[in-house]
Write a protein that binds this ligand. Structure first.
Ligand code: GLU
Length: 336
C-alpha cells in the first residue's frame, strides 16, 4: 500500500461567543425566547459540516442578549480578539453576537483591532429552536468567510442571510426578518452561498491596521449620549445629558441632522461648555453635510457624515480618547 499523504491541517479559528438569538431557546412552545441559552459548544455541535472548514477553538466571552452589550464587554472582546489574532497559528476570529447591537460592536472592533486577519461577526434572527433557524447556516458561512484568504484586510465583517457586510456600513433595519441587515450607502461586501464566497470591492474608509485608535485594559471610554430629535422637541434631554456628565452628544437629527430652535440653543450651549456635539440623522440614510441649515463652523458642531447615530456614538467615544477639538474630531468622521 502506498504511503498516504497527510491532509493539510485546517486553519485554526478562535470563536468568541457573546450570546444573542443565535444561541436563543424557546420555552414550552411559546413564541418568546431566551437569548444566550445555548453554549457555543452546542451551537457548533449542531453544524457538523464546520469540521470540514476549520479547527474551531471556543471562548465564551459573555452570555447576553446584545441589548445588554456595553463598553466593558467591547473592551474585553477587543482584547480577546487582539490576543487571538496575535497567535501565529490563528487564522481568524469569529464572534457570535446578538443582532440588536451587532453594528456597534462590529464598528468598534473595526476601529480598535489591529490585524489584517479576518474578524467576522455572526448572529441569527431566529432562535436555535425556531422553525428554519438561520443560525446554523449563518455560522457555517461566517467560518467560511473567516478562513478565506481574500477576506483578509477588509476590516471587520458581518455575515448573515447569505450576505457579507462591512461592519462600518451595516445596520439592523427590520425587527424580525432574517434579511434585517442592510448597508444603505456603499452596498454589500459580498455574498456567501453555502460557504462559497463572492467578494466585491474593498472598504473605502480607514480601519483596523490603519486605525489610530487603541484600547487597553485601562481605557475609560467617555460618556456619549444620543438624543433623538422630533417635532416639538424640548431642550430638557440635552440639558440632562450634559448635567449627567456627557463629554459628547450625538443628535439623531431630523432630516440632514436638524434640530428645532429650542434644541439648537441647548446644543449650542453644550458645545460652548466643551461638550462635543455630533449631528447625525434619524432618517436611516444619506450624508449629514456641514453648514447646510445649521452653521457648524459658527457653533463648533461636528457633522456625522455617513454614520448613523449609534455608529457616530462609537466613533465619538473613541475620538474623545484622543482629542476634544471639534475640527480634529470632524476629520475623524471624514476618515473612518
Ligand atoms: N435581543 C436579541 C439580541 O440582540 C435579539 C436579536 C438577535 O440576536 O437576533 O441579542
Amino acid at each position: 500500500m502506498p504511503p498516504s499523504t497527510p491532509a493539510p491541517a485546517l486553519p485554526r479559528v478562535r470563536v468568541l461567543a457573546t450570546g444573542g438569538t443565535i444561541a436563543g431557546a424557546q420555552t414550552g412552545g411559546s413564541r418568546g425566547y431566551q437569548a444566550a441559552a445555548f453554549s457555543i459548544e452546542a451551537l457548533i455541535g449542531a453544524v457538523p459540516q464546520l469540521a470540514t472548514l476549520a479547527q474551531l477553538e471556543v471562548e465564551q466571552v459573555a452570555a447576553i442578549g446584545s441589548q445588554d452589550m456595553n463598553e466593558a464587554v467591547w473592551l474585553k472582546l477587543a482584547a480577546r480578539a487582539q490576543a487571538a489574532l496575535a497567535e501565529p497559528d490563528i487564522a481568524a476570529v469569529v464572534i457570535t453576537h446578538g443582532t440588536d447591537t451587532m453594528e456597534e460592536t462590529g464598528y468598534f472592533l473595526n476601529l480598535v483591532v489591529h490585524s489584517a486577519k479576518p474578524v467576522v461577526l455572526v448572529g441569527a434572527m431566529r432562535p436555535a429552536t425556531e422553525i428554519s433557524a438561520d443560525g446554523p447556516m449563518n455560522l457555517y458561512n461566517a467560518v467560511a468567510v473567516a478562513v478565506h484568504p481574500a477576506a483578509r484586510g477588509r476590516g471587520v465583517l458581518v455575515v448573515a442571510n447569505d450576505e457579507i457586510h462591512f461592519a462600518r456600513e451595516v445596520s439592523k433595519t427590520n425587527t424580525t426578518q432574517v434579511g434585517t441587515f442592510k448597508a444603505t450607502h456603499r452596498g454589500l461586501a459580498g455574498l456567501v452561498h453555502a460557504g462559497r464566497l463572492h467578494l466585491y470591492a474593498p472598504p473605502v474608509r480607514r480601519h483596523t491596521t490603519e486605525s489610530e485608535f487603541s484600547v487597553g485594559p485601562a481605557t475609560v471610554l467617555p460618556r456619549v449620549d444620543i438624543v433623538y430629535a422630533y417635532a416639538g422637541m424640548g431642550r430638557e434631554l440635552i440639558d440632562a445629558a450634559v448635567r449627567a456628565g456627557a463629554k459628547g452628544l450625538v443628535i439623531a437629527g431630523v432630516g440632514d441632522g436638524n434640530l428645532n430652535t429650542v434644541a439648537l440653543a441647548a446644543t449650542a450651549a453644550a458645545a460652548r461648555a466643551g461638550v462635543a456635539v455630533v449631528r447625525s440623522s434619524r432618517t436611516g440614510g444619506g450624508v449629514v453635510e456641514r453648514n447646510l441649515e445649521i452653521s457648524d463652523d459658527e457653533l463648533g458642531f461636528i457633522a456625522a457624515d455617513e454614520l448613523n447615530p449609534q455608529k457616530a456614538r462609537v466613533l465619538l467615544m473613541l475620538g474623545l480618547t484622543r482629542t476634544a477639538d471639534p475640527a480634529a474630531l470632524q476629520e475623524m468622521f471624514f476618515t473612518y
